[in-house]
Design a protein. Sequence first.
Length: 118
Amino acid sequence: QVQLVESGGGLVQAGGSLKLSCAASGRTFSLYDMGWFRQAPGKERDFVAAISWNSNIYYGDTMKGRFTISRDNAKNTGYLQMNSLKPEDTAVYFCAARYRGDVNYAYWGQGTQVTVSS
């Protein structure tokens, strides 16, 4: 089992920045891919970004150039730096983990709310 706890969400004005953290425990974090997803009210969960166990990085189309995903295996923590935030970025942000080579993310955090005011 892997336990994930997000933090760093909050209220920010449009154009501002937030940095989300995802603290992992329970297994060797360095062997897991980590992803960030978000879900706005009434909408499906969307892919935001992912970083593989060996640090390959992927972004959703609308996040490229504004969001940066990273990880610190020594701290068992992943991060999502979000810049130039827009009201449409308002959502609950979830981190997720999957063992390297797996297809589906098996482990999810509880989510952290990000609200961007116009």
